[in-house]
Design a binder for this molecule. Structure first.
Ligand code: URA
Ligand code: SF4
Length: 197
């Protein structure tokens, strides 16, 4: 990765760390900007930090994160080689859904993160990330199960891990199928970027 993009990404994280552009700034412990490899071929976009993430400052460190790790491991990836972030970077109080005005306020960070990381494949976990990026009015159940060409990248929408934790083996099976599609896409493009050690 050229150092200019690395510096810009770090500057963006620093800017976000003091962000007060929406009301979530008042209740968060800290901003959860992203984790993982800043030049990964694979970017994962979740919904919003939960309690564990808010405490640790890292995305997907709770139970949903364990399932995400398992899915990544299934396709031969370690989370340290994947760029992981969320639609909103601050925890909504009591884990409520992010409000439209919060999503709108936070959107510029994600809009800048994508070209700076420059992934080949973007996975959206759940309705919030999928509806923001695709964009679509359809729910995740309808849009998942295939990949979409998206700004010269591939977008793979799938369920949020929390849905699999609630919904059981069937939802997890479908998520596994979606992650195999991710593997296929990563294998079908030039292996010039970091998703391996
Ligand atoms: N759920 C999310 O959507 N993001 C996280 O970072 C953790 C749980
Ligand atoms: Fe800023 Fe996003 Fe946090 Fe709102 S959620 S305060 S826009 S970083």
């Amino acid at each position: 990765m050229d150092s200019k993009r690395l510096i810009e990404l770090a500057a963006l994280a620093t800017e976000a760390s003091g962000c007060t552009k929406c009301a979530l700034a008042e209740s968060r412990t800290q901003v959860v900007f992203a984790s993982g490899h800043p030049n990964s071929s694979l970017m994962i976009v979740g919904e919003a930090p939960g309690q564990n993430e808010d405490e640790q400052g890292l995305p997907f460190v709770g139970r949903s994160g364990d399932l995400l790790d398992e899915l990544l491991e299934m396709i031969g990836l370690d989370r340290k080689n994947v760029y992981i972030t969320n639609v909103v970077k601050c925890r909504p109080p009591k884990n409520r859904d992010p409000k439209p005005e919060e999503i709108e306020a936070c959107k510029p960070y994600l809009r800048d993160q994508v070209p700076l990381v420059d992934p080949t494949v973007v996975v959206t976990l759940g309705n919030f990330a999928t509806k923001l990026l695709l964009p679509t009015e359809e729910g995740i159940t309808k849009v998942r199960g295939r990949s979409y060409e998206w700004w010269a990248r591939w977008l793979v929408p799938t369920y949020h891990p929390a849905a699999a934790l609630r919904g059981g083996a069937k939802v997890k099976d479908l998520m596994q199928a979606d992650f195999w599609e991710v593997r296929r896409l990563l294998d079908s493009v030039e292996p010039t970027k970091a998703t391996s050690d």
